[in-house]
Each structure stands twice: as C-alpha cells, then as structure tokens.
Ligand binder design. Structure first.
Ligand SMILES: [Zn+2]
Length: 110
C-alpha cells in the first residue's frame, strides 16, 4: 500500500498539527525514520512548512483541517510542538509544494 502523498497547489493549505500525538511511538524507531522508511526519499534539509527556512529535524504529525487522517511530515522543532492540546489555539498553516507526507494511521496509533 502506498502511504505517501505529494503536496501540490491543490492540497497545500489548511494543515494543522495533530492533537495529542506527543506520546505516540512507532515500533521501528523515530518518526523521522518512519518517514524515511515509507517515503523512500531523502530527508529534506528544510522544514516543509511554507515560509520556514529552519532545518527539518522532526517527523511531525499533521492533519488536514476537518480530516482525521494523520500524516508525518518533516518539520523544524519550532513547528512541531511537544504537545498540542484541544484547548490551545492550533492555527492552520501551508505546506511547501513538492513536500512528501507519509500516512501514519496504521502505525503507532493505539
Ligand atoms: Zn519550521
């Protein structure tokens, strides 16, 4: 099953950090490794969030607004807060065109 999607101008907007994912673990290693394993791609140098020029360090859990499907995307530490709770503001952001997302619904979700 192909777990990846490639972001383009049709779906690059209205992404959010997924709620309460800080404790999720993948049995195979870090979420960064998960992304590399399933995308088959080279880890990008820069954060995939639009406008960000910081180094991509984290495999972050994100969702598209009004969707429950969770994806992993390479982001910098600033854009991957440890915990996003339902009560905190969780503004939408855009993802850079060409970014690769890996579906995480089957793994690490209890
Ligand atoms: Zn960033």
């Amino acid at each position: 099953m192909n777990k990846t999607i490639r972001i383009d101008s049709s779906d690059n907007t209205n992404w959010q950090n997924a709620i309460d994912t800080g404790d999720l673990r993948w049995s195979g290693g870090s979420w960064k490794y998960y992304w590399k394993e399933y995308s088959g791609k080279e880890w990008p140098k820069l954060c995939c969030r639009e406008g960000c020029t910081k180094e991509a360090t984290d495999g972050a859990h994100i969702i598209r607004i009004n969707s429950e499907t969770v994806y992993i995307v390479p982001l910098c530490g600033d854009h991957n807060p440890r915990s996003v709770s339902p009560t905190k503001t969780n503004p939408c952001f855009s993802i850079k065109n060409g970014s690769v997302l890996v579906n995480a619904d089957d793994d690490g979700i209890d």
